[in-house]
Design a protein around this ligand. Structure first.
Ligand code: FO1
Length: 342
């Protein structure tokens, strides 16, 4: 008999914030929907951003997929939120000794093994979805991790060339983010390859048949925004019968970590919980959100959000540990169930 999961959750996720939230979600589901063998009868599908992907030194690096896989699989460098634990950088130093660029990206030796296997499988004809499933066999993240697309999509950042604003040029997102720490003013983002990208196998179905869709506190512009920009995915989110609940990545007017504020200002969105919800839009008006969690410090936003047609709650959103994050996930699901019953 095919066991139908007690609850089907689909989450769109970027890197560090998304992965940390998912870890709390899984902890909550194991406790709330135990399957009697340390697992959960709920099923989580994660649609991962691949716009941050970059080819370098002959290998393909997928930062957001790897951050989710390592974080949920127990191999993440906890302080950094990216890359492998117990990492060394011998290969990186050797490449630098050859003057091989880029030298500004922290490729660790353990992490390189992931990229070597991924690149070998891709060049042997496997799709990114197949490769991701193969890598997850080792890490057992406890979710089904799907790339948003099997086609190559790369986020590039439009910046000014030289002191004045007359000429613009494009930088790969990783160069802007890692080499320049997003310190160069961005005029916008371009997802190269987006027009030819299709949702990866299972992505549309995971959105359409979900009981709940969650937008974790990932970067709303370059992570969640990129996923939603893949032709077909945004439409599927607008159309799903599942309630869609997001978690604000901005607390008290500042991003919790990372540089989402630099991304938001590049597209003319203010860095606050309400503005991000407004940017996602209310589903009733053709946007993506039914519900939105803001931090307790942003309690005053609830009235405005209600007027926008977005049901919201003010709860602690600092993911200080798994327990706190599990409580956030509980609140997100409880809001979703409340909206589903309407
Ligand atoms: N972020 C950094 O700030 N510095 C790095 O050197 C760096 C290396 C790196 C290597 C592999 C990987 O999967 C991620 C890495 N990141 C690094 C993080 C990455 O730039 C961002 O986490 C995502 O692209 C944004 O979500």
């Amino acid at each position: 008999m095919i066991e139908r999961p007690s609850l089907r959750i689909t989450a769109l996720a970027g890197g560090i914030g998304g992965a940390r939230f998912l870890r709390g979600l899984l902890a909550h589901l194991t406790e709330r929907y135990p399957d009697g063998s340390e697992g959960s009868s709920a099923e989580v599908t994660v649609i991962g951003n691949t716009g941050d992907d970059i080819w370098m030194h002959g290998v393909k690096v997928c930062p957001d997929l790897d951050t989710v896989m390592y974080t949920l699989g127990g191999g993440i460098n906890e302080d950094q939120g990216w890359g492998r634990s117990d990492e060394t950088f011998t290969a990186k130093a050797e490449l630098q000794a050859y003057g091989a660029e880029p030298s500004w990206f922290g490729l660790g030796d353990r992490d390189i093994a992931t990229h070597l296997l991924r690149t070998h499988l891709l060049t042997s004809g496997a799709t990114l979805s197949e490769v991701t499933a193969r890598l997850c066999e080792r890490w057992q993240p406890g979710v089904r991790l799907l790339p948003m697309s099997d086609q190559r999509v790369e986020t590039h950042v439009i910046v000014s060339e030289g002191p004045d604003d007359t000429r613009h040029t494009a930088l790969h997102f990783q160069e802007w983010w890692v080499r320049h720490r997003a310190s160069i003013r961005a005029h916008g983002f371009v997802q190269r390859g987006l027009d030819d990208a299709r949702p990866a196998p299972g992505v549309i179905d995971a959105i359409s048949t979900a009981d709940v869709v969650l937008l974790p506190p990932s970067n709303p512009v370059v992570s969640i925004g990129t996923i939603l920009a893949v032709p077909g995915i945004g439409e599927a989110l607008r159309a799903t019968s599942a309630p869609v609940v997001g978690v604000s990545p901005i607390i008290g007017g500042a991003p919790v970590r990372g540089m989402a504020d630099a991304c938001l200002s590049a597209i003319g969105v203010a860095t606050n919980a309400t503005a991000v919800a407004e940017h996602y839009g209310c589903r009733r008006d053709g946007g993506f959100l039914d519900g939105w969690l803001v931090d307790t410090t942003d309690h005053s936003a609830l009235a405005t959000l209600a007027s926008l047609g977005i049901a919201s709650r003010a709860v602690p959103l600092l993911m200080v540990d798994v327990e706190a994050t599990a409580a956030m996930a509980d609140q997100a699901l409880s809001l979703a169930f409340e909206l589903a019953d309407r």
